[in-house]
Design a protein around this ligand. Structure first.
Ligand SMILES: [Fe+2]
Length: 371
């Protein structure tokens, strides 16, 4: 399947993933052929992108870490919790229903912990905070389960990750959604959200696990003391918070925000890998790298020998070395028969460039140009 911005949809394309509305209601089912009417209603909605079938990748690896249902359930839960806090409702936050959702996520991730993380897991709604919290939860669970954490610790991490930004409910939306640069004062206000979130939880959820609370309070600390709110150093930061901080940065940078476009996974991984400082825990970074592909399935690549193709497979531990299905020689002549190169095996060939969306559409059109 291929992620495509709604403004680029054309009638005849087939949805590869169902589209859900803001409350998790089904809008369009996977498999439906898009008509101009459907496209107009998608354009009117606040949905940025959808997934459509890609004839070049119909047989490509497409493993999900959690089901759409579990993701939707979690998304709805976070939305309810944050809305209730915003409205000043009192009472415990992590109730039985919350734990039910958490347990389902933990079970599903444990079942799929050998799968590479796939950005295509993102839901097609623009509700950033809710999606972001669920993404951070799922990827944190994936890393933690590969570190063989106990089930109860996984649950505590999931609770903390789902709630990590709850302090933002106390911050003016105009500052959170501002398109330009933040003033120093505005940034100082945003920096209060970890403490605000931890305060809310300490008041309303006295039995909360230390890991969960520390994730909320410390997810913006950095191991070299450059973070906030308390400029803690590596050994002073809770272990689970050291894990979640990496995932939080990754998901934030790979998402479109009002003030900047999303970076691509390989750009963010390079930032994390070559940042040259000691902001992040090296052990967690290593496990993170093993499970997050630099070039997700469907990425169009130019290789060092000039060949051009699409990523069809990623393997655990081979973050920067996908299997590429090659279609074009030197980007000019199409090969008669496409073939695959596993860059983890063919070590003399490496990725030269990630092609732009425009170039990809030109070389790998979803539909013939004259249609
Ligand atoms: Fe945050």
């Amino acid at each position: 399947m291929r992620k495509i911005y709604v403004c680029k949809l054309k009638p005849g394309m087939i949805l590869a993933k169902s589209v859900y509305g803001p409350n998790g209601q089904l809008w369009l089912r996977a498999g439906v052929t898009l008509t101009s009417q459907y496209i107009s209603s998608l354009l009117r909605s606040k949905i940025n992108f959808v997934y459509v079938l890609d004839p070049f990748l119909s047989d490509a690896q497409n493993e999900e870490i959690v089901s759409d249902q579990a993701r939707l359930q979690a998304n709805k839960l976070v939305k309810n919790v944050l809305t209730n806090i915003k409205q000043g409702k009192q009472g415990p936050i992590v109730d039985n229903n919350f734990l039910k959702v958490v347990n389902r996520l933990v079970e599903e991730v444990l079942d799929n912990k050998d799968v590479m993380y796939n950005l295509a897991d993102i839901l097609s709604t623009d509700e950033y905070t809710f999606n972001h919290s669920v993404n951070v939860c799922i990827l944190s669970l994936l890393i933690a389960s590969n570190l063989r954490y106990t089930r109860s610790r996984l649950q505590d991490i999931a609770v903390g990750a789902l709630l990590h930004d709850l302090g933002k409910t106390k911050i003016d939306k105009r500052i959170l959604m501002k398109e330009g640069c933040l003033t120093n004062e505005e940034f100082a206000i945003i920096k209060m959200h970890p403490v605000l979130g931890a305060d809310i939880l300490s008041c309303r959820q006295r039995d909360l696990a230390d890991d969960s609370l520390k994730i909320v309070l410390q997810h913006h600390e950095r191991c070299d003391g450059s973070g906030y709110p308390h400029q803690l150093l590596h050994h002073q930061i809770n272990e689970s918070a050291r894990l979640v901080m990496i995932v939080d940065v990754y998901d934030a940078l790979t998402s479109d925000r009002p003030y900047r476009a999303a970076l691509q996974p390989h750009q963010v991984l390079s930032l994390l890998k070559y940042s040259g400082n000691h902001a992040y825990d090296p052990v967690f970074l290593q496990t993170f790298f093993e499970h997050v592909p630099a070039y997700p399935v469907g990425t169009a690549l130019r290789l060092s020998n000039g060949d051009i193709g699409l990523v069809v497979k990623n393997k655990v531990g081979k973050t920067f070395s996908p299997t590429v299905r090659v279609y074009w020689a030197e980007g000019k002549e199409p090969y008669k028969n496409e073939f695959e190169i596993d860059l983890a095996v063919e070590q003399s060939i490496f990725v030269e460039e990630v092609l732009s969306e425009e170039k990809k559409e030109e070389l790998f059109p979803l539909y013939p140009k004259n249609e």
